[in-house]
Design a protein around this ligand. Structure first.
Ligand code: FUM
Length: 308
């Protein structure tokens, strides 16, 4: 089950999506979720502390969930002094998600984290739809994406840089290529799809923040399509993210071109989901040994027939 995501070797292909797991709180509650993950991905850290968006911050929708957290986090200084040492003590590889409101903020975060032990990669969040500036405004412009990736790749030293892409763009393949040109080691595809919901009785928005992001089974086909587009546009390894709730879902992401998958929304109901996904995927891969991969099938169908 070992997989390589660029320069990072993972024990198996299942990680968590940024912002969907408080691994420390889970541990305190006796749920050893981190142990089930090949790497623990942190909530996005920004240069300064952020209280986040006003409540309500989540709302259920048919086959999905909307969130508008607003990048609530303690800021990089408190993250390094307080959170990171406790996360390190979990004994799992850490991927730290970083976000900001201008390219130089990402680069300063990368520089601050480059020499910290236990971190195997940085994930650039250029795709959060729930803040009024930064993030998605960078990730929906190929020049900005290329430039912020290049600045972070330089500032991060030897630390691999993954870029988390948004489905809220006309062509995710263009953004994937920009990240590759900027020196990304891997892509994470995708963040949430912009969404909104309104209370039937009052007509008021169900979320308190300025935006909302849809996740869960409803977005899986969107995410699979984005992974396939990234696969076609670049040669970077991809972590597929969006509605993974079973080994079968994970296999679909591998078929689309991903090397690993992130679980998120479904783990709110089933905290140890990562274990089930990993076990089911292992079974499916063993049962399907010899099944041609999607890439092989494509290559075969592209070859001229030699039949008489
Ligand atoms: O609102 C949030 O903090 C969401 C972040 C994200 O989607 O990256």
């Amino acid at each position: 089950m070992t997989v390589a995501v660029g320069r990072v070797t993972l024990e198996h292909p299942v990680v968590n999506g940024s912002g969907t797991l408080d691994a420390l709180a889970a541990e305190a509650a006796g749920l050893h979720v981190a142990a089930e993950l090949a790497a623990v991905v942190t909530k996005t850290v920004t240069p300064l502390p952020r209280a986040g968006n006003p409540p309500p911050r989540i709302a259920e929708t048919p086959a999905g969930m909307l969130n508008s957290i607003g990048l609530a986090n303690p800021g990089i200084d408190a993250f390094r002094s307080t959170v990171l040492p406790r996360m390190r003590a979990l004994g799992r590889p850490l991927v730290v998600s970083i976000g900001g409101f201008a390219p130089n903020q990402y680069a300063s975060l990368a520089a601050a984290l480059r020499d910290e032990d236990g971190i195997v990669a940085l994930e650039l969040n250029v795709s959060c739809p729930n803040v009024e500036s930064g993030c998605l405004s960078i990730g929906s412009d190929p020049n900005e994406t290329r430039s912020v990736t290049a600045r972070c790749a330089e500032a991060a030293g030897d630390l691999p840089v993954w870029v988390k892409l948004s489905p809220n763009v006309a062509d995710v393949g263009v953004m994937a290529r920009a990240a590759e040109e900027g020196g990304a080691d891997a892509l994470v595809a995708v963040n949430t799809l912009r969404g909104a919901a309104f209370d039937r009785a009052s007509g008021a928005p169900l979320l308190g923040g300025p935006g909302g992001g849809l996740s869960g089974p409803a977005v899986r086909p969107v995410a699979l399509s984005a992974v396939a587009a990234c696969r076609a546009a670049t040669s970077l390894p991809i972590v597929g993210s969006g509605g993974v709730g079973s080994g079968q879902d994970a296999l679909a992401f591998l078929d689309a071109g991903a090397s690993a998958v992130a679980v998120g929304t479904a783990a709110f109901r089933e905290p140890l989901l990562a274990r089930r996904v990993r076990e089911e995927l292992a079974g499916l891969l063993a049962a399907g040994a010899g099944r041609p991969s999607r890439a092989e099938s494509r290559a075969r169908s592209a070859q001229p027939s030699t039949a008489a």
